[in-house]
Design a protein around this ligand. Structure first.
Ligand code: NAP
Ligand code: F7E
Length: 327
């Protein structure tokens, strides 16, 4: 019989990639989805028939207990979160409830229903915030710079605490930014590549961004979900940094993205303080040596190919939508 894995946040970028990977590996994949007034299954539509989708919410403790009791997963991947950093200043309490306390609700449900479940927590490089060391590794002290970052620090430490208190197999992946064509349109990479495609197709003239100097360690999302799975296949639970080891400024992303379709970014990018953050994370660059040596993990896509691949994907999406409208 195939192993059952539960994914929270299956409708998100990472959830959809992880579901594909686990299906390929022969898992029975259960995805927890929250109630919405319109269906938002775009990222999993192509695999929906192979998934078991069940209702539940990280805000609702009993729904988590019920999902575990009914579906008896061997592995739980907690990817659900209020994940947009900028929104975490507008909704700090909700961010704390979902992104921080939601982890405790799920861990406690596991402790009660079946403590042999293997648990993955989606921790984040945003925990490093105002970085205390360059590059950042598992031992680098945290200094979060947003309510989101603070919530992720809580989620990370409650995962460590449940591992040490109850001997749970609870692993925390400290993942640096990872992107792809399924990235939400509000994040800077997709905002740029979608904007490039729309400008190239004559649908708009420019995009408006915030801080162009911020530097991130951007990787390819499918590589990163593979690391999540690897963490739960080890003999013992542990924490791992997952990153490319390269850092690039938002401006460099713009240069490559616009340049890829023959445009000069300086003619199409404007800045507005509305997109600046009350406190910024200026520099992130990760050291994934531990993941390389213990998990055998390495990134497969270069920064240039990541950017150009996202532009190509958005060019195709905009072209298809444009053709449908004008047909
Ligand atoms: P995403 O695209 O924003 O997806 C977030 C998911 O969480 C969505 O499926 C969303 O459901 C779900 N969700 C939100 N609130 C919920 C609630 N109260 N109960 C149940 N589900 C809820 O995020 P992502 O980029 O895939 O990231 C996955 C995880 O990794 C997140 O925890 C994120 O914070 C973390 N992370 C991401 C990165 C990155 O670069 N992508 C890096 C480090 C860590 P709806 O579709 O209904 O909104
Ligand atoms: O911002 C700057 C912005 O929103 C990246 C999440 O997945 O990765 C993500 O968080 C940088 C920041 O991602 C705009 O100020 C400039 O410095 O794409 P982002 P993020 O905040 O790094 C981490 C690892 C996570 O865990 C999160 O869940 O780009 N920036 N101009 C802009 N950012 C946005 N969104 N929009 C702009 O117009």
């Amino acid at each position: 019989m195939s192993r059952t894995a539960l994914i929270t946040g299956i409708t998100g970028q990472d959830g959809s990639h992880l579901a594909e990977l686990l299906l390929d590996l022969g898992y029975h994949v259960v995805g927890m989805v929250r109630r919405t007034s319109t269906v938002n299954f775009e990222r999993i539509a192509h695999i929906q028939e192979r998934l078991t989708l069940v209702p539940g919410d990280l805000l609702d403790q009993y729904s988590l207990v019920r999902v575990l009791q009914e579906h008896r997963p061997a592995e739980v991947y907690n990817l659900a979160a209020q994940s947009f950093v900028k929104t975490s200043w507008d909704q700090p309490v909700l961010t704390g409830e979902v992104t921080a306390l939601g982890v405790t609700r799920l861990l406690d449900a596991i402790r009660i229903v079946d403590p042999s479940i293997r648990f993955y927590q989606a921790s984040s490089s945003e925990m490093f915030g105002k970085v205390q060391e360059v590059p950042q590794r598992e031992e680098t002290p945290f200094y979060p710079r947003s309510p989101y970052g603070v919530a992720k620090v809580y989620g990370h430490w409650i995962t460590v605490n449940y591992r040490e208190s109850y001997d749970l197999f609870a692993a925390s992946g400290i993942l640096f930014n990872h992107e792809g064509p399924r990235r939400g349109l509000e994040f800077v990479t997709r905002k740029i590549t979608n904007g490039v495609a729309r400008i190239k197709h004559g649908l708009q003239d420019h995009i408006v961004l915030g801080n162009l100097d911020a530097r991130r360690d951007w990787g390819w999302a499918p590589d990163y979900v593979r690391a999540m799975w690897l963490m739960l296949q080890q003999d013992a639970p542990d924490d791992f940094v997952i990153a490319t080891g390269e850092t690039h400024a938002v401006q460099e992303f713009c240069e490559i993205a616009f340049g890829h379709v023959g445009l000069d970014w300086r003619q199409h990018v404007r800045q507005d303080p509305a997109f600046m953050r009350p406190a910024e994370v200026e520099l992130l660059i990760g050291d994934a040596s531990k993941a390389k040596s213990k998990l055998g993990w390495a990134p497969t896509v270069s920064f240039h190919d990541l950017v150009s691949g996202m532009v190509d994907a958005d060019m195709a999406v905009v072209k298809a939508a444009n053709t449908a409208v004008t047909a």
